[in-house]
Design a protein around this ligand. Structure first.
Ligand code: NAD
Length: 362
């Protein structure tokens, strides 16, 4: 295991820090470490500063509303804050949206990552000695870059890339750029590919919050196809601890897969949520009755599953939540945080269906 020479009070850039995983990372870094954090986020529909209300008064936290595709603004931020590391989570992230309109995925995920790499490289080249050696650029990506698995097998760090959706193709492109900047320019980069995250503060367009919200409101729960697509679920706080392990102990130039060993079919996930709701809100009756099978997403990958042996063995990281413990906490959080949800649901997004390319909603 290589220990990074990052100082405990170093300044870190977290891009996309107002999003689901980014905000969990920022809350962890401010709450559990001594790092200073600059959250760089353009605040698209998924960016929500309310997710940071528990830490946003901390003197170690700053927010900059900047688009990572804006090279000039990035140069200003690097000059102003002199960060010791970057964790890049800013992205367009929803597969369905990438089917309806791929352009922002190319602009943010590919061009934005390029601009961030260039700004980081320009800054890194001004550093000397210990500061230059310690600098890290951690790029957060997805297991969707590996394509779809059959019934057996797992994605490892050496699985060839085979992205299928505009979203995963844009993430695969950004991963390649990040690796190239390490090989060509020596920028100390690392890449992580993780499985589906779930937990508090997730924008309610993704499967788990959608199901919780629809069910708790007594509305039909949309399940794509027959619900037999399998995903490997990772509790967001476990992911965050994995990212910090990679930042502090990962080897430059390496890729780390982060997964929770929690494979579930979508239908299993929906059933589990319905059963937890029956426990927590018995007045709603049998929530499974609300399940409504809808036309599948075009090109829907069948199965993703990650083999996290490398990060477990080399960086001593292990998930602390099982799916059963994590999903129970998550359902309870959504039921207890109606104000956070109301703020989102009163905006443009109202739990509509996206990504059929036909503009249908359910
Ligand atoms: P999210 O959509 O909740 O948040 C993304 C954040 O990035 C938002 O706050 C948004 O405002 C910001 N952003 C978007 N474009 C930007 C730009 N051009 N400049 C600055 N900020 C911008 O996403 P998430 O689920 O938190 O995902 C974070 C990262 O993790 C992404 O890179 C995603 O590809 C990756 N990932 C997510 C999952 C998952 O299950 N959620 C799984 C694997 C990988």
């Amino acid at each position: 295991m290589t220990q990074s020479a990052l100082l405990p009070t170093a300044t870190l850039f977290v891009t996309g820090g107002a999003g689901f995983i980014g905000s969990a990372l920022v809350r962890y870094l401010i709450g559990e470490t001594q790092y200073r954090v600059v959250n760089i986020d353009k605040l698209n529909y998924a960016g929500n500063l309310a997710s940071l209300s528990s830490i946003d008064q901390d003197s170690r936290y700053s927010f900059e509303q900047v688009d990572i595709s804006d090279g000039r603004e990035l140069a200003r931020l690097f000059r102003q804050y002199q960060p010791a590391g970057v964790l890049n989570l800013a992205a367009e992230t929803h597969v369905d949206r990438s089917i309806d309109g791929p352009a922002p995925f190319i602009e943010t995920n590919i061009v934005g990552t390029f601009k961030l790499l260039e700004a980081a490289r320009a800054h890194w080249q001004t550093l000397t000695g210990q500061a230059k050696d310690a600098f890290r650029f951690v790029h957060i990506s997805t297991d969707e870059v590996f394509g779809s698995l059959g019934k057996d097998g797992f994605f490892t760090e050496t699985t060839p890339y085979d992205p299928r959706s505009p979203y995963s193709a844009s993430k695969a492109s950004s991963d390649m750029l990040v690796r190239a900047w390490q090989h060509t320019f020596g920028l100390p980069t690392l890449v992580t590919n993780c499985s589906n995250n779930y937990g508090p503060y997730q924008f309610p367009e993704k499967l788990i919050p959608t199901v919780i919200l629809k069910a708790s409101q007594g509305e039909a729960i949309p399940v794509y196809g027959t619900g037999d697509n399998v995903r490997d679920w990772l509790y967001v706080d476990d992911h965050v601890r994995g990212l910090v392990a990679v930042l502090e102990r990962g080897q430059v130039g390496q890729t780390y897969n982060i997964g929770g060993h929690n494979e579930r079919s979508n239908l299993d996930v929906v059933h589990t949520i319905c059963d937890i709701l029956s426990d927590l809100r018995p007045e709603g009756g049998d929530y499974r009755k609300l399940i409504n099978f809808v036309t599948d997403r075009p090109g829907h990958d069948k199965r993703y599953a990650i083999d996290p042996a490398k990060i477990q063995g080399e960086l001593d990281w292990n998930p602390q939540e099982t799916f059963d413990t994590g999903i129970r906490k998550t359902v309870a959080w959504y039921l207890d945080n109606q104000a956070w949800l109301d703020a989102i649901l009163s905006g443009d997004y109202r739990l509509e269906r996206l990504g059929t390319s036909l503009g249908t909603s359910v």
